[in-house]
Design a protein around this ligand. Structure first.
Ligand code: AHG
Ligand code: MN
Ligand code: MN
Length: 324
């Protein structure tokens, strides 16, 4: 199964033979995990060909968080869940857009968490959005450190896919290329990505008027002291991709109005915190004990959490300033 390039007169150069394909890069992994990650990548490319049909606004219903869902949220969730089940590798899907977990054959090796469309407010404006996948061998709930792999797909000016596996060799990024015969394939763009030591950008959600004053002072310092530039796009995946490549900080913080934060622990924060830490960064769940998001234990798979992630030096400084 591979996405077809529908523009026969595409001027894209076909990749050189030395290019590393996603398929080739995954061969060092256990074959079932490699197959699931590659299948996810191909499904995400195939999905994109249908997006134009579902751009128009709200689906008219609400998800389990009480949020109005976009037509594309619902369609993408249905398409991705069906396709993941068809791989025969997934026994349970926990999705932000499913009211209950989807159980399939209980002999399949993996349990997955899914944000089928991250950045829904960007659908109607053609701004970047993505998909977030967490892969476990054991049943949930459990701590994020038990992730086998975290993967995100980013629909930007180009199609990229980023993954890392537990005990692996880092965070790797692939971009969709077209071969001369028109078929599309993910080729390696950046391997073993590490957050640059000196951060470049930061993005923070929620209303600054509701931020904790000490957090607000820290955020102010990111501009004034660290010279970081503001980048906040409406998609966690897109904003995280900027921190991953340019270094810096991202947060959707606890505020007096949302003390538990807005983001979902399992569907969004654990996979992206996993990637951040595999890339040499750090994450914090806002707890007094200063825990990494990956150490957060929550029996509620639908739980929300405050999230702070980025360069380790910034996370350490934030935790210190919040404890004063
Ligand atoms: P989703 O589209 O899956 O609901 O996620 C949206 C999240 C995150 O991707 C984004 O950074 C944030 O919500 C934007 O929130 P605000 O609109 O409150 O800024
Ligand atoms: Mn999301
Ligand atoms: Mn979503």
């Amino acid at each position: 199964m591979s996405a077809k390039n529908t523009s026969p007169n595409s001027s894209l150069r076909s990749p050189n033979s030395a290019a590393v394909t996603l398929h080739g890069h995954l061969q060092s992994l256990p074959s079932d995990l490699a197959k699931l990650i590659e299948s996810f990548g191909l499904i995400s490319l195939d999905m994109q060909t249908q997006f134009p049909k579902y751009l128009g606004g709200s689906s008219g219903d609400k998800n389990k968080y009480g949020e109005a869902t976009a037509k594309l949220d619902n369609w993408a969730n249905g398409y991705m869940c069906d396709a993941l089940i068809k791989t025969g590798l997934v026994r349970t899907i926990h999705s932000e857009e499913l009211r209950e977990p989807l159980y399939h054959n209980d002999t399949a090796p993996f349990v997955v968490t899914l944000d089928p469309l991250d950045g829904s407010s960007n659908i109607g404006t053609n701004n970047p959005f993505g998909i977030i996948l967490g892969i476990y061998r054991d049943d949930l709930p459990q701590v994020g450190r038990k992730l086998e792999a975290a993967v995100y797909k980013l629909y930007g000016p180009v199609n990229t896919l980023v993954y890392s596996v537990s005990g692996g060799d880092g965070v790797h990024e692939f971009v969709k290329h077209y071969h001369a015969d028109g078929h599309a394939e993910f080729l390696l763009l950046n391997k073993n990505i590490k957050l640059p030591k000196k951060g470049g950008v930061f993005g923070i959600g929620a209303n600054p008027a509701d931020w904790n004053p000490r957090f607000a002072a820290f955020a102010q310092g990111l501009h004034a002291k660290d010279g970081l530039k503001t980048r906040y796009s409406g998609s966690f995946v897109a904003d995280f991709s900027q921190v991953l490549h340019m270094g810096g900080f991202f947060s959707y913080p606890a505020t007096k109005k949302i003390p538990d934060g807005k983001f979902r622990l399992y569907y969004e924060c654990i996979p992206l915190s996993f990637l951040c830490e595999e890339a040499g960064g750090a994450s914090w769940d806002g707890s007094a004990s200063g825990d990494s998001v990956l150490d957060r234990i929550d029996n509620d798979v639908d739980a929300r959490t405050p999230v702070y992630l980025g360069n380790k030096e910034l996370i350490d400084r934030l935790k210190k300033e919040m404890r004063k």
